[in-house]
Design a protein around this ligand. Structure first.
Ligand code: SF4
Length: 458
């Protein structure tokens, strides 16, 4: 078996830090190394992740059918009403379209789909090949918008022009074009927009309920369970609360520059970050809504009094177990490190696809000695770290799952495929329960994991 050092490319060594051995000096936020088989997704995927939970909009992928593989099935954002977002549409570009151009086909597809489904807006995603042949998306969208009387928005998300992070930016630019046109007269001064939550397994409903109990009006969900009309009046909210380091931060900055809407960064994962986020939001509104901090304190106290005794039961058996984390955005990693600590577990590996230097510095500060911190990793590196650190559970997404299972390591899906909510106080309980059942599962008795480890380092 190869040693960890031998699977790390020379060009990637400065994207890996071992706390305690290396001083913090990490290179990140750069193009993936060609041939390293990065876990990252393309620009188009980034924009699709952010936009497609807008449930009453039409989402049309302009490109070959393969790009449209990013469907609702692998990104299960729930809607409390319309569910047009669950349908996947593609212009299915063929050789002939590539040679003679795909604008006509796009025009026909858009017109037919709008006629058939009556969406409140349409998003048209550009893919690699469209960027190469140079179809004028903007012109086609403008024409269809004026004919059909709804916003038709081009998303400039050609897959090759960067990584997932650029896709977030393309999505934010498209959404921003909707803002500023809706009626804001019924919006309370104690109001906010939720940015960067995609309503996986109904999570945004949990968070909205906390805001309701605090006395805060939620104007727009951006984008889980999202609606076009809400986006159009989102500029009337007093505050933006932004979860997820990259996905909607650009939108929050654009809204601050154009409408003066301040924003707070929040996280709804884990007990500490969930409570801290609610307190910071309450403190923001306290001058205008005296008593909101006290109300929030009561809310948190009530939730914790139920949660803590149950967490202690899991902690008894999980203490001393080891966890590895590899996620898309680093914000989730911060909350997960703290959540595992609460369960008595040690995080021995943590990494992300799109973290910034600031993110990794924070991870370096909050993790224990010996923890490996990695940016833009690949399956070979991740497998080798998991084996070296002898982890009990690996937290990641769809692309990390097979790595864990092939090694006989427990896995927890903390990405868009999951079917149970992990946000909020109830989400922490679900998370603890899932980690406990994965780590303590009797199945590991039948997997030759421990035995294999004896030979891993040979
Ligand atoms: S946009 Fe390009 S990189 Fe992305 S899925 Fe399509 S072909 Fe692949």
């Amino acid at each position: 078996m190869k040693s960890t050092a031998s699977v790390i490319f020379q060009e990637r060594k400065d994207q890996i830090v071992r706390k305690g051995r290396d001083a913090f000096d990490m290179s990140c936020n750069r193009e993936s190394l060609a041939g390293a088989v990065s876990q990252r997704a393309c620009v188009f995927c980034g924009s699709r992740v952010v936009l497609y939970p807008i449930a009453d909009a039409l989402h049309l992928v302009h490109g070959p059918i393969g790009c449209a593989a990013y469907t609702w099935d692998i990104r299960g954002a729930l809607s409390s009403g319309p569910d047009l977002h669950r349908l996947s549409f593609s212009t299915d570009l063929q050789e002939r379209d590539i040679i003679f151009g795909g604008e006509e086909k796009l025009y026909r597809a858009l017109s037919e789909l709008i006629e058939r489904h009556g969406p409140k807006a349409a998003f048209v995603y550009s893919t690699c090949i469209v960027g190469i042949i140079g179809d004028d998306l903007e012109a086609v969208c403008r024409k269809v918008a004026s004919e059909r009387g709804i916003p038709v928005l081009p998303v400039q998300s050609e897959g090759f022009k960067g990584n997932k992070r650029e896709g977030y930016g393309a999505a934010c630019k498209a959404m921003f074009r909707l803002m500023g046109s809706g009626d804001t007269s019924t919006i309370s001064p104690i109001s906010l927009n939720i940015l960067g939550d995609f309503n996986l397994a109904g999570e945004i409903w949990i968070i909205r309920e906390y805001f309701d109990r605090m006395g805060i009006q939620t104007v727009a969900n951006i984008t889980g369970d999202g609606r076009v009309a809400d986006l159009q009046r989102a500029h009337g909210a007093t505050l933006n609360v932004v979860q997820c380091s990259g996905a909607t931060m650009e939108l929050a900055k654009m809204m601050k520059d154009s409408f003066g809407t301040p924003f707070l960064r929040v996280s709804y994962f884990g007990v500490e970050d969930m409570a801290e986020s609610l307190y910071r939001i309450a403190a923001f509104f306290e001058p205008k809504a005296p008593g909101i901090v006290e109300r929030t304190r009561e809310l948190v106290k009530g939730e914790l009094s139920e949660l803590y005794p149950r967490l202690q039961e899991f902690r008894r058996e999980l203490s001393g177990k080891k966890a590895a984390i590899y996620v898309g955005g680093a914000f989730k990693a911060f909350s997960l490190v703290k959540a595992f600590r609460l369960l008595g577990m040690q995080v021995v590996l943590v990494g992300s696809q799109t973290g910034t230097e600031e993110d990794y510095k924070e991870l370096y500060e909050i993790t224990d000695e010996g923890t490996i911190i990695v940016d833009d990793s690949n399956p070979l590196e991740l497998s080798s770290f998991l084996k070296e650190k002898d982890v009990d559970v690996f937290v990641g997404g769809v692309k990390e799952r097979p790595i864990a299972y092939k090694l006989g390591v427990g896995f927890c899906d903390h990405n868009h495929e999951r079917k149970q909510p992990l946000e909020g106080f109830v989400g922490m309980l679900n998370f603890a329960r899932e980690i406990h059942s994965s780590v303590m599962s009797p199945v590991w008795r039948f997997v030759p994991r421990r035995k294999a480890r004896e030979t891993w380092n040979e």
